[in-house]
Structure formats: C-alpha cells, structure tokens
Design a protein around this ligand. Structure first.
Ligand code: AKG
Length: 265
C-alpha cells in the first residue's frame, strides 16, 4: 500500500494527504512509520479526530505517557491541551525536545489542531541528525562520550510546582544514536539542558551555546504553518521544536499526545 508523502522542506518534514487517521489499515500504518523515520515530522491534513480517536491512533505508535508536570485534558490524562496563556506565560516558546529530563523521554509527540489563530502561531522544527552531521570531525570527537544534565526544574517552577524539581532531572549522552535508524543526533536543548556532567553551568555555557546554534541553524529547520484539521507527529529522538507566539491574544488550541520512548544511548 503506498501513501502520498510530499516533503515540506529540504531538511525535514513531509505532508500526508488523503488518509483518515481514525481508519488506517496495517499496510498504511507501516508506510506512515517508514515515512516518519525518513522525514522526522509528518503533517497529516484534514483530520476530524475525537480525543478518543487521537488516543487510539497514538496507541498504535506505542504506550502513551502522562505528562509528569503539565495538567491534562479533563477525562483524558493522555492528552495535554496547549492553549494561549499569553506570551509571557508561554512554556513552549523555546527550543526543546519533549520531557528530555525524563529517564526515558518520549519517542514521539503529536499535536492535533483544535483551533488555529487567524495568523501566526507556527511551530519550528529542527533536524538534529543534520545538525550533528555538519559539525567538524574534531568537534564530533570531543562530544563523543560527553554527557549532559537535563532538568525539569524550570518547567516545574513555571507551573507553580517548584517543589518537584528533585524528581525531574536526568543525565543523557550529548550525542544519541537513533534506536531505529542508527543515525547519530545532537541531544542537548535550551529548554531543559543545564550543564555538562562534572562541569559547572558557567563552564558548560559556551559549548552549549555553540551546539544550540548548530542545532537551530536555518538550514536544518522547517516552519509549520498550521491549517484546520492538521495533526503533526514528530520524532523527539531526532527533532527539536519551538512554538512561535506571535498571535497575540488570539485563541490557539492544540491537543498533544506523547508516546513513551527509551533511554537515550
Ligand atoms: O504549540 C506548539 O506549537 C508546540 C507545543 C510544544 O512545544 C509541546 O507540546 O512541547
């Protein structure tokens, strides 16, 4: 069974039209999985999914996670509603890989449009395989074996749950190997990575800044402009993302599901 997959940029992202995600057969699902590993971000257009159908589609990818800090949709712990709480209170307007402070961060996440603003509110995605590939041999050698500390303390504090910070921290390799494709990817992000292991925050900052610049270079990015009916799935093992809060007070509501992953290696 072939599905229609059209790349959305030269770096990552592809669009899939003509599928109803509430009714995908096993061959179509296998084709979706293979497009996901190739393009890292998939935008499915024209979906009309209920929360139950979004959860059922998510379960085909693996076990769904319940976010450790952010509140969930009433009656549906698997869904995190992302709403416009104002630019100053936006938690997602920063490059990050979802819940990277967890011992087993999510393999994938999926955002379903509930309501898009009349303009703006795009999401940026960045391909961390390409970012790694473009580093020099010397830098790659230096990063090999290096590990970094990821913390959810900032997110906890922003959610008024600062007391939980001790539970939400983890050390991960700076370069992880994708468990399904074997490709190396940079795995540090400004949202949650605070320092390298056995180094101070001040000592870590210059190299972290350099890696973040490499990780978000314009030519490793794709900018998704949301349309009604979009469901976008991304691979947290190879991609970082960043919401763009340029839509003022306009309503922008998404429903996120998150699929449990494995420990980065
Ligand atoms: O709302 C967005 O565009 C991105 C949401 C996000 O960053 C997240 O769910 O982690």
């Amino acid at each position: 069974m072939s599905i229609d997959v059209n790349p959305l940029s030269g770096s990552l992202g592809a669009e899939i039209r003509g599928l109803d995600l509430a009714d995908v057969d096993p061959a179509e699902f296998a084709a979706i999985q293979s497009a996901f590993l190739e393009h890292h971000v998939l935008a499915f257009r024209d979906q009309k999914l209920t929360p139950e159908q979004q959860i059922a589609f998510g379960r085909r990818w693996g076990e769904l996670s319940i976010h450790p800090i952010v509140p969930h949709l009433d009656g549906h712990p698997e869904i995190v509603p992302i709403t416009n709480s104002g630019k100053k209170r936006s938690l997602t307007e920063i490059w990050h890989s979802d819940v990277s402070f967890d011992p087993t961060p999510p393999k994938a996440s999926g955002l379903l449009v509930v309501e898009v603003p009349p303009f703006g509110g795009d999401t940026l995605f960045a391909n961390q395989h390409l970012a790694y590939d473009r580093l020099s041999g010397g830098m790659k050698a230096m990063l090999s074996g290096l590990r970094a500390i990821h913390s959810g303390a900032g997110l906890g504090a922003a959610m008024g749950k600062a007391e939980t910070w001790r539970e939400h921290g983890q050390v991960h390799p700076v370069v992880r190997t994708h468990p399904e494709t074997g490709r190396p990817a940079l795995y540090v992000n400004p949202g949650f990575t605070v320092a390298f292991e056995d180094m101070t925050i001040a000592e870590s900052k210059p190299l972290l800044d350099l890696l973040h610049a490499a990780g978000h270079a314009p030519d490793v990015c794709y900018r998704h402009r949301w349309q009604p009916g979009d469901l976008v799935m991304w691979d947290n093992r190879s991609v970082q993302h960043h919401a763009v809060h340029d839509h003022g007070d306009a309503i922008r509501t998404m429903h996120r599901i998150t699929i449990i992953g494995d420990a980065p290696r």
